[in-house]
Design a protein around this ligand. Structure first.
Ligand SMILES: [Zn+2]
Length: 279
């Protein structure tokens, strides 16, 4: 579903009016209105949480512990404590999950989350920033999306879960053509860091079924969890991440965030050691 010219014009006009009719951002108002309308017309929030709150928030069940990633329950798997959903490189967080076992948590912390920390820090580098997203950092974002996902949606992501839990980053690149993440740099920092997962409402729209976003400070990172069963009817190439403005249009916050689409880093598989012995 695409917004009409009239709808965009009304929304852009609304932004300008609510800002006190200050001129100079017409182009931003139009672009922001178009992007945000497209998103609002095609997605509904499935889960949304601030990263900081007075009391810890535990997503999912705490009592009947079952790991979302390896699907083992207690006592086969150990669950010592609820674990942070977003790595601490983003900042302090009180958003936790009780549905990750000790073993999966350790594995993610040492690999995916470490890759994500590198990626997140690189967003602040004075240079142009990263040119691609590493598979590990991308998987870490997918892990976060799975962690906040309502349980009823998990069935659509069986292949995704298996892929995230697999420590081998090898994959069939044909299944991931066009995959990557949108990184945004806002002109004003968001007061409260947050994560959200949105779900497509129109099955025929050529958009990914689920979209996850992490927003903290001036950065936002958006991905569509890959290998979703609900996306298989669509031509993979056609599923574009829907961009957003990340502005309110109020006061000085009128300029749309600068965004870049980062492709997945290509990994050329090193030849197996030992092969040469027989060459
Ligand atoms: Zn596990």
């Amino acid at each position: 579903m695409l917004p009409t010219w009239d709808q965009i014009q009304r929304a852009a006009y609304g932004r300008w009016e609510s800002r006190g009719r200050v001129h100079g951002a017409d182009q931003d108002d139009w672009v922001a209105a178009e992007m945000d309308l497209l998103f609002q017309m095609n997605y509904r929030p499935a889960a949304e949480y601030p990263l900081e709150s007075a009391e810890p928030v535990v997503v999912g069940s705490r009592s009947q512990s079952r790991c979302r990633f390896c699907e083992r329950g207690a006592p086969r798997a150990k669950f010592s404590s609820a674990r942070p959903i977003v790595p601490d490189v983003v900042g302090p967080t009180s958003l936790l999950t009780g549905e990750v076992c000790d073993e999966c948590h350790e594995q993610f912390a040492g690999s995916l989350d470490a890759d994500f920390a590198k990626f997140w820090r690189s967003l602040d580098e004075p240079s142009e920033g990263p040119q691609a997203v590493s598979i590990g950092a991308y998987k870490a974002l997918v892990r976060m999306a799975i962690a906040i996902m309502p349980a009823r949606e998990l069935g659509h992501f069986a292949d995704t879960l298996e892929w995230v839990g697999n420590p081998d980053h090898d994959f069939d690149s044909s299944l991931f053509s066009g995959a990557g993440c949108l990184v945004y740099r806002m002109h004003q920092a968001h007061a409260v860091p947050w994560v959200s997962l949105s779900r497509r409402i129109d099955a025929d729209a050529p958009l990914p079924y689920a979209v996850f976003v992490l927003v903290a400070g001036v950065h936002a990172v958006e991905i569509a969890p890959p290998l979703c069963a609900r996306d298989q009817d669509h031509d993979e190439e056609a599923l574009q991440l829907p961009p957003r403005s990340f502005t309110t249009g109020f006061g000085a916050d009128s300029r749309t965030a600068v965004r870049r689409l980062l492709p997945l880093e290509r990994v050329d598989r090193p030849r197996r050691r030992g092969m040469r012995l027989f060459a």
